[in-house]
Ligand binder design. Sequence first.
Ligand code: SF4
Ligand code: SF4
Length: 66
Amino acid sequence: MADNWYPIIDYDKCTGCLTCANFCPHGVYDASEGKPKVVKPEECVEFCRGCQRICPAGAISYFGDS
Ligand code: SF4
Ligand code: SF4
């Protein structure tokens, strides 16, 4: 679990498809307000790029990625 690695969503690109929130098995996202929101960044798995890979809009980057 990572305090130094978690997704950042570019809401200008995000379409609100919720693919990322439905995919992540760790409860990092909350999707109850339409667009996904990162609510548990500490549950994100360090260096996982699962949600970035499946985001059709290319809207996900990571805090901690350099
Ligand atoms: S998968 Fe990408 S476009 Fe879809 S809700 Fe997540 S960030 Fe937005
Ligand atoms: S990077 Fe992996 S663990 Fe982190 S939110 Fe995306 S799918 Fe979940």
